[in-house]
Design a protein around this ligand. Structure first.
Ligand code: ASP
Length: 342
C-alpha cells in the first residue's frame, strides 16, 4: 500500500446510484464510468479510489443474508489494500446490512461506512452527493496513522451513527435514521466533529470474517388482540431455532395463560426466545412489571436496548457459528460489537 489514502467504494444498489434517463425520464442505475460526471468533486480528493459494483444492483428490499456474505467477502479480499470502505446501499434495509456486517467482521480495524440517499444522485436536489462525500471523508479520516472510525457505521444527513444501533424511521425526510439508544459518532458541519468517546477502539488483531448465517429465526410482534393461532403457528414453524418477541414498553407481554403456555412449550423444545422492545428508545427490563416477570420465569432472554435489526442479525450470526443453545443465550446478553448497553 502506498502512502496515498485509498478507499474502496462498493456499490450495491439503492436510490443513491440512480440517474434519470434524459429520453424516457425513468430512473436507471449509474455506472462508475459516469460517476465523475455527477460528482466531479471526486477528482479533487487526493485519495486513490477503486470501485466494486455488484451485479445485479439491488433495491435493498431484496437484500438477503447470502448477499451480506458476498459483501463481507469483498471487504475481506480487499481489506489489506484499502484504508477504508464506503458501501453505497439502499436506505430501506441499510440498518440490517450494517448490523449484519458488524457481527460478521470480527476484529474490524478500518472504517466501513454505509450510505445512500432519499433522492437519486442524478437529481438536482439529491442528498446523495453530501452523504457520499461525507462518507468518503470519514472512511479516510486518520489520527496518528490510526483510523478515526474503525467500525461499521451509517452516514446519513450529516450524521454518523453506529450501524448496529440504527433504524430507518422516515421514508421521505433526508434525516432518515435514528439511533434511539446510542449517541451519534460524529456530526458533520463546517468541521466533522468526531465523538471519540463513543467510537469503538481500533482492533489490532487479524480480521476474522464469519460467513455463515442461520436464517431459521422469526419475529413475533405483539399487539393487543394477537390471535392464539398466529402465535402457535409461528412458534411451531418447522426448523425454527429462535424467535424475537417484539414486546411492549420495557419488555412487557400479555399474561393470559394460553400465551405463556405456548412460549413455555417453545422454550422446552429448545427454541430461543429473545425479548426486544417495540420502542425506539429505552430497554427491556424483565421483571420490572408483572407483565414481564412471567417471561423471565419461562426462560425468555432479555435483549436490553438492542434494535430489532441488530437482534435479527445477531441471532443469524450466533446460530451460524454453531454454538450450543446455552452459549447463544449467553452471548445474546453480552455486547459483542457495541450493539447494546448491558
Ligand atoms: N428502495 C430503495 C432501497 O432501499 C430506497 C433507498 O435507496 O433509499 O433500495
Amino acid at each position: 500500500m502506498t502512502d496515498q489514502t485509498s478507499i474502496l467504494i462498493i456499490y450495491t444498489g439503492g436510490t443513491i446510484g440512480m440517474v434519470q434517463d434524459p429520453k424516457s425520464g425513468t430512473l436507471k442505475p449509474l455506472t462508475f464510468t459516469n460517476l465523475y460526471k455527477y460528482l466531479p468533486v471526486l477528482e479533487n480528493f487526493n485519495y486513490r479510489f477503486d470501485f466494486h459494483t455488484f451485479n445485479p444492483l439491488l433495491d435493498s428490499s431484496n437484500m438477503s443474508p447470502s448477499f451480506w456474505i458476498e459483501l463481507a467477502k469483498v471487504i475481506e479480499e480487499k481489506y489489506e489494500s484499502f484504508d477504508g470502505f464506503v458501501v453505497l446501499h439502499g436506505s430501506d434495509t441499510m440498518a440490517y446490512t450494517a448490523s449484519a456486517l458488524s457481527f460478521m467482521l470480527e476484529n474490524l480495524g478500518k472504517p466501513v461506512i454505509l450510505t445512500g440517499s432519499q433522492l437519486p444522485i442524478g437529481m438536482v436536489r439529491t442528498d446523495g452527493r453530501e452523504n457520499f462525500i461525507n462518507s468518503i471523508e470519514i472512511a479516510a479520516a486518520k489520527e496518528q496513522d490510526t483510523p478515526v472510525v474503525p467500525e461499521v457505521a451509517i452516514c446519513f444527513d450529516n450524521t454518523l451513527y453506529r450501524g448496529n444501533r440504527t433504524t430507518k424511521f422516515n421514508a421521505e425526510n433526508f434525516d432518515a435514521f435514528v439511533s434511539g439508544n446510542y449517541p451519534v459518532l460524529a456530526d458533520v458541519g463546517v468541521y466533522i466533529r468526531y465523538h471519540n468517546e463513543h467510537i469503538l477502539n481500533p482492533k489490532f488483531k487479524k480480521l476474522k470474517v464469519h460467513k455463515k448465517l442461520d436464517e431459521n429465526i422469526a419475529i413475533l410482534k405483539l399487539f393487543p388482540g394477537i390471535n392464539q393461532n398466529i402465535v402457535k403457528n409461528t412458534l411451531t414453524t418447522p426448523g425454527l431455532k429462535a424467535v424475537i418477541l417484539e414486546t411492549f414498553g420495557a419488555g412487557n407481554a400479555p399474561t393470559v395463560p394460553w400465551f405463556l403456555d405456548l412460549l413455555k412449550e417453545a422454550v422446552d423444545k429448545g427454541i430461543i426466545l429473545f425479548n426486544v422492545t417495540q420502542c425506539k428508545g429505552g430497554k427491556v427490563e424483565i421483571g420490572k412489571y408483572e407483565t414481564s416477570a412471567g417471561l423471565g420465569k419461562i426462560g425468555v432472554i432479555g435483549g436490553y436496548d438492542i434494535t430489532t435489526e441488530s437482534a435479527v442479525t445477531k441471532l443469524m450470526y450466533l446460530l451460524g457459528c454453531g454454538f450450543p443453545k446455552e452459549e447463544v443465550e449467553r452471548l445474546l446478553q453480552v455486547s459483542l460489537r457495541g450493539e447494546m448497553t448491558v
